[in-house]
Design a protein around this ligand. Structure first.
Ligand code: SF4
Length: 383
C-alpha cells in the first residue's frame, strides 16, 4: 500500500532501517544541542531546582520540550497571534470532556470542528514565526495551543518555561530565542535529510486533502507539517530513552494499541469491553491484535485496544495494584502528546510508532489495518 502520509517501511518488508536511522539521527540532535540549546536547558533545570518547582527529570525531556517549542512556534505562532479573541478556555475544556465522556464525544467533535475553523484558524495570518517572541505573545500562543486540544501537554510544559523566561532581561531573552530559532532551522534541514524518505507524502497529502478536513475536529491533527512529523519521530525516541529506567522497574506490562490495528471492522470485532478499553477475544487468527495477544501470553503482557483520545489517567499507579509499565502504540501525529500525558499521570511508559497510518476515522476512506514493528516491541519488552 502506498503511504498516506508516512511509512516507516519506505518500500521495504519491515521498518528495521527506520529504527536504525532514527536512533542515529537522535544522537546527532543531542550532540548538536550540546553547543546550542543545552546551556539554556541547564539554566532552566537549575531554576526548577532552586525554586523546587518539580522533581528534576531526564535531560532528554527538557531538550525535547525546547525543540518542540521552537518547532510549534515556527508552525503555529503566526496563526495563533492572528486570533485576537476566541473562547480559549471553553474550547480547551471541550477537548478534555471528549476524552472523559466517550458517549458525547461525537457531538463535541462536531462543535469543535466548526469552532476550530471559524475561530482558531483564520484565513489570513500575520508573519510572526521568525520573530523573537515577547512573553505576552507566548502567553497568548499557549492559550491557543490548549484550545486546539492537540498541544495541551506541550502547552502545560511551556508554561513553566515561560515562568523561567520571565526572570530574564530583554537582552538575555533575545539571545535565548535566537539560539532556539537557529536550532529549529538546523533541525528542519537535517531531519529532512535523515528522515524525509519516511515522510515523502506528507506535503502532498496536505495539499490535496486540506478541503476534506475543513470543518473537522481532526483538522490540525491530520494536516501536520513534515517538520512536525520529524519532531515527533525524534520525540518518540527521546521519550523512550528518558523514560526507560522507570519503565524497566515495572513488573507488569501492558501494550495499548489503537482500534485501527484490528483486521475485523468495529462491528465484527468480538473484543470484550473492560474499564480500560477492549480486550481481544481472538476471533480472527490473522488479526494483528490477536497475534500480539498470543505473543503477550508468552512474554507476559496484556493487550488493550483503546480509542483515540481516551482518558489515559486510567493507567495511573494505584496503591492496590502493582505499577503497570505501558507500551503505547499510535501514529506519528499523536504519539508524543500521549507520551507526555502518560508522564503527567506518572505512568512509566515506552512507545512504538505505527508503521503507517490507516484508520477510517481520520486517514483513509475505507480504512487499512495498521501495524507496528514486532521486533521493536520485543526489544522494549525484553529490556
Ligand atoms: S481478533 Fe481480537 S481484535 Fe481482532 S477482530 Fe477479533 S476480537 Fe477484535
Amino acid at each position: 500500500m502506498e503511504a498516506i502520509t508516512y511509512s516507516l517501511k519506505n518500500g521495504l518488508p519491515n521498518s528495521k532501517s527506520y529504527y536504525r536511522d532514527v536512533r542515529t539521527f537522535t544522537d546527532v540532535v543531542l550532540s548538536h544541542a550540546d553547543n546550542s540549546i543545552k546551556p539554556t536547558v541547564e539554566e532552566f533545570v537549575e531554576y526548577l531546582r532552586t525554586y523546587n518547582l518539580e522533581e528534576i527529570r531526564e535531560i532528554e525531556e527538557y531538550i525535547l520540550e525546547l525543540l518542540s517549542f521552537g518547532v510549534l512556534w515556527q508552525s503555529y505562532a503566526h496563526k495563533a497571534l492572528s486570533v485576537r479573541y476566541a473562547p480559549f478556555i471553553t474550547m480547551s475544556r471541550m477537548a478534555e470532556w471528549r476524552k472523559k465522556h466517550q458517549r458525547v464525544k461525537p457531538a463535541i467533535d462536531v462543535a469543535r470542528g466548526i469552532l476550530t475553523t471559524l475561530l482558531l484558524l483564520p484565513k489570513n495570518s500575520s508573519n510572526h514565526h521568525d520573530q523573537i517572541p515577547t512573553l505576552e505573545q507566548i502567553d497568548h500562543v499557549c492559550k491557543w495551543f490548549e484550545a486546539t486540544g492537540e498541544f495541551r501537554e506541550q502547552a502545560l510544559r511551556f508554561i513553566r518555561w515561560r515562568a523561567f523566561w520571565g526572570t530574564k532581561t530583554n537582552e538575555e531573552l533575545t539571545k535565548m530565542f535566537y539560539i532556539i530559532n537557529e536550532f529549529t532551522h538546523w533541525f528542519e534541514e537535517q531531519s529532512k535529510q535523515a528522515l524525509g524518505k519516511y515522510t515523502l507524502n506528507v506535503e502532498d497529502f496536505i495539499k490535496h486533502s486540506h478541503k476534506r478536513y475543513r470543518w473537522r475536529e481532526d483538522r490540525i491533527q491530520c494536516t501536520r507539517t513534515q517538520l512536525e512529523y520529524h519532531l515527533n519521530m525524534v520525540g518518540a525516541e527521546l521519550m523512550n530513552r528518558a523514560f526507560k529506567t522507570e519503565f524497566n522497574k515495572t513488573e507488569v506490562k501492558v501494550v495499548l494499541v489503537p482500534g485501527c490495528m484490528r483486521s475485523g471492522s468495529k462491528e465484527e470485532c468480538k473484543a470484550i469491553k473492560v474499564k480500560e478499553g477492549l480486550m481481544c477475544d481472538g476471533c480472527l487468527p490473522h488479526c494483528r491484535v490477536n497475534q500480539l495477544r498470543e505473543m503477550g501470553k508468552k512474554r507476559n503482557f496484556d493487550v488493550y485496544i483503546i480509542p483515540h483520545a481516551s482518558d489515559l489517567s486510567l493507567w495511573s499507579p494505584h496503591a492496590d495494584r502493582p505499577v503497570r509499565g505501558v507500551i503505547a502504540s499510535a501514529c506519528v501525529t499523536t504519539l508524543v502528546e500521549g507520551g507526555w500525558e502518560l508522564k503527567r499521570y506518572d505512568v512509566p511508559a515506552q512507545c512504538v510508532l505505527l508503521d503507517y497510518s490507516g484508520c477510517k476515522k481520520h486517514w483513509h476512506y475505507n480504512g487499512v489495518p495498521t501495524a507496528l514493528n514486532i521486533r521493536e516491541l520485543k526489544r522494549i519488552v525484553i529490556s
